[in-house]
Design a protein around this ligand. Structure first.
Ligand code: NAD
Length: 476
């Protein structure tokens, strides 16, 4: 492959899929059934804005209905097209299977630059888009459940939920029609940061295995590791912030639309984000050097590279120049199939997108379950758990009374132990568990099979096996 004939995003996903299925023993015909995208709906609709009618084009693609509802975000970007939406829908199928979220794969997109519209206009456009999708059951708690993606956030999800509820006034589960909503509209604690949190948990799990860390030519823990992140949006910001504040990683580079910041001593992620929000970009941020050609910083020296913006950024043109020994794909599809071949040959360890950014859909799953059960997680157990812990602490205190101060509990232990888990703690625990278990399932294949030399192929094999089992159970 040469830079001129780079495959499209969708072809890239299919090439990676093909590489994995070639190592599997699927029943004849099943390979194609799993690979193809079941349906893609294109909607065109008009909204009257600023005195004239503007026509918008949107998509909702359903890749696989081996489980329903199908799940996947809605992206707002001018570059949205059918190929991209189908690639992202396919990745959702494999991602949900890998982390055992009981969904098929879907994705949506609207060709729009959200920065060109004010909030009221965006609400009109989003409600109309939601109307077009909902009336075709492409938004529905039992069939198709969107979530945020690039260019959308909990604000858009709240409008979508409200639009669906207006159209389905007697649906008691209406709130489960979309996830990533704000808390006051049926959301769940910890969803906003879930994808970034998942990236952190994925890296923590990776660093629990010295053998894997060694495979990337690294050693030790996350503490002090030099990190470059591309895209300081929802996913990139949270991942970088948590790694910096909680794991001691050093964020040496941040790449944004208007160039890249670099500081060998480490950047203050919160300060950069605040600067970006205030000034609309990173360019004039004072405590770092700035490079206008941001993508060049993907090639800078670092220990961990986190592409967290968009697809295809590591491709045939720059793959040879990438120095990071470990790449974690926080974005969907940041490495093209051709670049993946090059990096694999050079021994770069890649933690693949379908695993690395699965934190979002995992917590979306929890939100959907919360909406269907109509009760906040922990509401029934929390105080009861505290009461039982109190009993134990009191009894221990009584028993140790005559033993003197040396044997009394530290106040820190006591207050921590006495506190029952709230929703946020339960969400984090469920996410951590999910990320650990999914990593184990990839790892077993990566290390257990002679013919598998990378985590991406292992991830595809683990997830395709699960999709194939679902089809078998359906009698196909
Ligand atoms: P976002 O819109 O919140 O952030 C994207 C960021 O990337 C923005 O800060 C933007 O300015 C920056 N950016 C855009 N083009 C860039 C470029 N050419 N160079 C550098 N920076 C650029 O989006 P997000 O929700 O953080 O999504 C980012 C990626 O993560 C996407 O690939 C998305 O599919 C994936 N993802 C998101 C979620 C989620 O829960 N939001 C879940 C799974 C995967």
């Amino acid at each position: 492959m040469t830079p001129g004939n780079e495959p499209t995003f969708r072809q890239s996903v299919d090439l990676m899929f093909n590489r994995a299925v070639a190592l599997m023993d699927l029943r004849p015909g099943l390979e194609e059934k799993i690979r193809v995208c079941n349906a893609t709906y294109t909607v065109r609709f008009g909204v009257r804005l600023r005195g004239h009618i503007q026509t918008f084009t949107g998509y909702r693609s359903v890749h696989s209905e081996h489980m329903e509802p199908v799940k996947g975000g809605i992206r707002y970007a001018p570059s949205v097209n059918q190929d991209e939406v189908e690639a992202l829908a396919a990745l959702m199928t494999y991602k949900c299977a890998l982390v055992e979220a009981p969904f098929g794969g879907s994705k949506g997109g609207l060709c729009i630059d959200p920065r060109e519209y004010d909030e009221h206009e965006l609400e009109l456009i989003t409600r109309r888009f939601a109307y077009e999708l909902a009336k075709r059951d492409l938004i529905n708690p039992a069939q198709n459940v969107p979530a945020p993606d690039m260019g959308t956030s909990e604000r858009e999800m709240a409008w979508i939920a409200d639009q669906y509820a207006r159209m389905n006034t007697t649906d008691i589960n209406a709130r489960a029609c979309v996830t990533g909503k704000p808390l006051n509209a049926g959301g769940i604690s910890g969803r906003v940061e879930a994808t970034g949190r998942g990236v952190q948990y994925a890296l923590r799990e990776f660093f629990r295995h010295p053998e894997d860390v060694k495979a990337a030519g690294l050693s030790g823990t996350l503490d002090g590791k030099r990190v470059i992140v591309q895209g300081l949006g929802n996913v990139g910001y949270h991942a970088a912030k948590f790694l910096e504040e909680e794991d001691g990683a050093k964020i040496v580079g941040i790449i944004e639309r208007d160039g890249a910041l670099y500081n060998q001593a480490g950047l203050d992620v919160e300060a950069v984000r605040n600067w970006m929000v205030k000034h609309g970009g990173v360019a004039s941020y004072p405590d770092a050097s700035h490079t206008a050609e941001g993508a060049a910083v993907l090639e800078a020296e670092c220990d961990i590279l986190i592409p967290a913006a968009l697809e295809g950024v590591i491709n045939l043109k720059n793959a040879h120049e990438i120095k990071a020994p470990l790449i974690i794909e926080a974005a969907n599809g940041p490495i093209t199939a051709g670049a993946d071949d090059i990096l694999r040959e050079r021994g770069t360890v890649i933690i693949p997108d379908m695993y690395a950014n699965a934190g979002g859909v995992t917590v979306s799953y929890f939100e959907w379950v919360k909406n269907l059960s109509h009760i906040r997680f922990g509401r029934m157990q929390r105080r009861q758990e505290e009461a039982r812990h109190e009993l134990i602490v009191r009894e221990l205190e009584r028993l140790s009374e005559h033993l003197g101060d040396k044997w009394s509990m530290t106040p820190n232990f006591k207050s921590k132990y006495l506190r029952g888990a709230d929703e946020l703690e339960l969400v984090r625990s469920g996410l951590d568990d999910t990320m650990r278990i999914a990593y184990q399932s990839m790892r077993e294949i990566w290390h257990g099979r002679e013919d598998v030399s990378d985590l991406r192929t292992a991830a595809y094999i683990a997830s395709i096996e699960k999709v194939a089992a679902s089809y078998r159970a359906k009698g196909l």
